[in-house]
Unconditional design. Structure first.
Length: 380
């Protein structure tokens, strides 16, 4: 979906849904930064940023299927899911040395919020922290691509739009939280300021989740993805369970999508990082057949993301839109995902070069013709 300003749409290879209670998670960090770096906000304000997020329009049937459960049911279900996740991982605690040690990617935003807020007093402090870490990881993953584009273009407007859309997609319970209210208000103020100057970092307050994200990223304290070895272990267990379920149903597990007698194991269901852990298998956990199936799925995902980026760019009046979308995609992927997808540094550099040269041509055209609104002219 193209925004009213006809800016490029940023798409992601990894389609896992995201949620966050970010202001609370980063508040300690921000307080420390405020004490240590007073007087340096002017320099920080020179950081460049820009991007956009993809909106999805649901059918009436899909909307009907999303009728909200009551929060007590959400709490009960996520309690059971968490216990199953830890049992499968062979753990009694979701943390190890203060870091997330289990895969919480299957939990939705209401479930994570139920955990982090200790819904009905059902969760331990470590479980609450684990949910907070997953929420932070998802929020940062959602902004990583837009922020990368912003560093190239120097425009913050779409970065704030992406954060606002993200906040608006959170659950009803979280929207009643004073931290959500304060964070959303800061985003509204940021967007208001950016209408006057898209390339000037907004001056909001400590509750601004974009400012928090930029500060954490600058300090090198952004959430790190789970170690690829841990992801590989989970992928191995998931595959083994899929095989066991197929056999229990009297079927042979197969990667042949046209099977009429077996159970098709669809690797598209795995997220990009899990696929990467299989493709880059360095420990012999996976068979050649499994690696080949993962490679096929990874090519399909990355190819679909590029096509979506191209199609969205084609709807934009900005000639640099596709280059920006590629920059966003590349930056949102982990190093392992890039390697598994075959996206080398040269791929990123080509997109950057394309953006720079096209932007320069637009600037030169504007100067020579006296037309300062090249994008609007281009769309005629």
């Amino acid at each position: 979906m193209v925004s009213s300003l006809q800016e490029p749409i940023m798409v992601s290879v990894n389609t896992a849904y995201s949620t966050t209670s970010y202001a609370s998670l980063a508040s300690t960090f921000v307080n420390n930064v405020a004490q240590q770096t007073a007087g340096t906000s002017g320099a920080a304000a020179k950081t460049s940023t820009d991007s956009a997020a993809t909106n999805v329009t649901l059918s009436d049937a899909a909307k009907a299927s999303l009728e909200l459960k009551d929060f007590a049911t959400v709490v009960s279900e996520v309690r059971a899911k968490l216990e199953a996740i830890m049992l499968e991982a062979g753990r009694t605690n979701p943390l190890e040395k203060g870091e997330l040690a289990v895969d919480l990617s299957t939990l939705d935003q209401r479930e994570l919020y139920a955990m982090s807020s200790n819904g009905e007093s059902k969760f331990t402090p470590d479980e609450q922290k684990a949910a907070g870490l997953e929420m932070q990881r998802r929020f940062e993953a959602a902004l990583s691509g837009p922020a990368a584009v912003a560093r190239v273009t120097g425009n913050y407007q779409n970065l704030y739009k992406a954060a606002a859309e993200y906040f608006d997609a959170l659950g009803p319970e979280e929207k009643l939280d004073k931290e959500w209210i304060a964070g959303r208000a800061a985003l509204t103020e940021g967007l208001k300021q950016l209408q006057a100057d898209p390339k000037k970092l907004p001056t909001t307050n400590k509750d601004d989740p974009v400012a928090l994200y930029l500060a954490l990223a600058e300090a090198g304290e952004a959430a790190s993805p789970r170690p690829i070895g841990s992801v590989a272990e989970q992928a191995r267990k998931t595959l083994d369970k899929l095989y066991a379920d197929a056999v229990a149903n009297g079927k042979v597990p197969t990667f042949n999508s046209k099977t009429t007698v077996g159970t098709y194991i669809d690797m598209i269901a795995f997220d990009s990082r899990s696929l990467s852990s299989i493709i880059l298998d360095g420990t012999g956990k996976f068979t050649e057949t499994e690696v080949n199936a993962a490679q096929t799925a990874m090519r399909s995902k990355s190819g679909a993301a590029l096509v979506a980026g191209f199609q969205n760019a084609a709807k934009s009046s900005d000639p640099t839109a596709f280059s920006q979308n590629v920059i966003s995609l590349y930056s949102a992927m982990s190093p392992e995902e890039r390697q598994a997808a075959g996206w080398s540094k040269k791929f990123y550099e080509a997109a950057l070069s394309s953006y720079t040269s096209t932007a320069k041509m637009m600037e030169m055209f504007g100067e020579s013709s006296g037309n300062t609104g090249f994008s609007s002219w281009f769309s005629k």
